[in-house]
Design a protein around this ligand. Structure first.
Ligand code: AMP
Ligand code: ZN
Length: 516
């Protein structure tokens, strides 16, 4: 039996703590979702691969999980500092569509990206615009509780009214002085934020609603407090998001939760944050930013020959708490790693018995994540059939996961399993099935050749490649090595890499960082 012991890093208090859910068998998780005014970039997607591993680990531990992701389809401002244009409205102008069409289009694209990355869909998607009245009701309570004040442009939260504002972000707010309202743009404290934003007079916004504070739209932190409490309760287990949310958005969510409930409980017991995926620019690290337009999407990786599961594996190669530097070379390396694993598994499958293959298939089927029950049953069944050696592998994986979801270690163990000459083919298949439940890399269902994705820029057909390789084989047989090298060079120029094995010549598309 897999133990329930699990240590997760809590940003609140900055400590690795043993995880104990409120309900002994059921964990409730809320993840801040995307703002749907553009495609998600591959940095955004890291936040959901991280929470997917968290969810799968909780299921591995035998918990049922209720997971909510919100869709932010209300326009926030283009800057975190309460200024700039409305992002949804700016996108509507840019794409010449209605704000509602913009939201629908990018929501669909986002869900499609998650599916391509084999990320389990949440138990519930909750859309901000479906909850405007509830946000107004929540803000009324904040007002009644004396935690807000009115300014010309809307209703503001008074961050001095809650205990330890900014504890999550370790914000140093000592420099703030009451009475400096001019410097703070009229706000009482620098860290005060809008709960309701009034539309400017004489301006008709594309998205606006009536409220006791004037026609306008909710401030960008309100929706998460409201939807998390509605679907998961006023206190729930885990709240996730990217590291940027630790110092603003989540501090403000906590303040609102405290202002609403009039107690010091932050809402969620665990606040977990993934580090960023960074692009190295000549000037140093640069974060990817949707609003600056400087970003790569999952589709742009696919267009350059990277299969989505390669990107998933690339992310799992680091702890979610380390920042990862993006590079095409590293992705090409990960693709080679995944291909090696898949080829090895394909060979092992040929020697495994049918019953094991069937059982493994049943285990990897996503439906078993809907509830902890059958998942636990299957783990137990596999554990019961396991030899001591297999059990040791499972325990090692469990230990790595229990140490704050340490997936790099799980990948090392997977490598050992695939290379262990003492394991039977049945044992390897059982172990791969089980461990891949958490990794979610579809190791048993992916054809190694499927990893080689045709880049958009490819200028040669698959038939022509095969013909060239045949020509080269013939040239080699005639010991015409200069012709053979020439063909290799031609293929390389067309974006194709070839590799000679003892039996045959394999080929794959080269990862092409730049369209040629
Ligand atoms: P957004 O759509 O901007 O609200 O972001 C969606 C999620 O992606 C949030 O949890 C962000 O914190 C997270 N995020 C944004 N940029 C990055 C990045 N470069 N690396 C990892 N996570 C990110
Ligand atoms: Zn949020």
């Amino acid at each position: 039996m897999i133990s329930k012991t699990l240590h997760l890093f809590n940003s609140l208090g900055r400590e690795l703590r043993e995880f104990t859910p409120i309900d002994p068998d059921h964990v409730r998780v809320y993840s801040c979702g995307p703002t749907v005014y553009n495609y998600a970039h591959i940095g955004n997607l890291r936040a959901y691969v991280f929470v997917d591993v968290l969810r799968r680990t909780l299921a591995w531990k035998g918990y049922d999980v209720t997971h909510v992701i919100n869709i932010t389809d209300v326009g926030h401002l283009t800057s975190d500092a309460d200024e700039g244009d409305d992002k949804m409205e700016a996108a509507a102008t840019r794409d010449q569509k209605s704000v509602w069409d913009i939201a629908a289009h990018y929501t669909l694209a986002f869900k499609n990206d998650l599916q391509r990355l084999n990320i389990l869909p949440p138990s519930l998607w909750s859309k901000a615009t479906d909850h405007i009245q509830e946000m107004i009701a929540f803000a009324k309570v904040l007002e009644r509780n004396g935690t807000t004040y009115m300014l010309e442009d809307g209703l503001y939260f008074d961050s001095s009214k809650v205990p330890e504002y900014g504890r999550l972000g370790l914000l140093n707010i000592e420099g703030q002085e009451a009475g400096k309202r001019v410097a703070y743009g009229g706000k009482k404290n620098l860290s005060d934020f809008a709960v309701w934003r009034k539309s400017p007079t004489n301006v008709k916004r594309l998205m606006e609603w009536q409220s006791p504070w004037g026609t306008g739209a909710p401030g960008w932190h309100l929706e998460c407090s409201v939807m998390a409490a509605k679907y998961l309760g006023k206190t729930f287990d885990i709240h996730t998001g990217g590291i940027d949310h630790r110092s603003v958005h989540h501090c403000n969510e906590i303040a609102q939760n405290q202002g609403y409930s009039q107690c010091s409980h932050p809402g969620a017991n665990w606040w977990m944050h993934n580090e960023f995926l960074v692009l190295r620019a000549e000037s140093g690290d640069e974060k990817m930013s949707k609003s600056s337009g400087n970003f790569l999407t999952l589709q742009s990786l696919v267009d350059r020959g990277i299969h989505p599961l390669v990107y998933r594996l690339f992310l799992l190669g680091a702890s979610y708490r380390s920042s990862i530097e993006f590079s095409w070379e590293a992705l090409a390396g990960t693709r080679a790693h995944l291909r090696r694993m898949l080829l090895r598994i394909a060979r092992i499958k040929e020697n495994a018995d049918n019953e094991t293959l069937q059982l493994a298939k049943a285990v990897t089927h996503d439906a078993h994540f809907q509830s902890g029950g059958p998942f636990t049953f299957l783990i137990e069944r596999l554990m019961n059939e396991a030899t001591e050696e297999e059990r040791n592998y499972i325990l090692a994986v469990d230990q790595a996961l229990s140490n704050d979801l340490h997936t790099p270690e799980v990948l090392v163990i997977m490598g050992k399993i695939l290379d262990d000459p003492d394991l039977t083919p049945q044992a390897v298949i059982r172990l791969v099935a089980l461990v891949d439940l958490v990794l979610g890399t579809k190791l048993l269902d992916t054809d190694p050749d499927a990893l080689s994705v045709r880049p958009l820029s490819a200028s040669i057909s698959e038939e022509a490649i095969i013909q060239k390789i045949a020509e080269r084989t013939e040239a080699r047989a005639l010991r015409d090595f200069s012709r053979a090298d020439q063909i290799r060079g031609e293929l390389l120029a067309a974006g194709v890499e070839i590799k000679d094995t003892t039996e045959r010549t394999d080929w794959e598309w080269r990862v092409t960082p730049h369209e040629s």
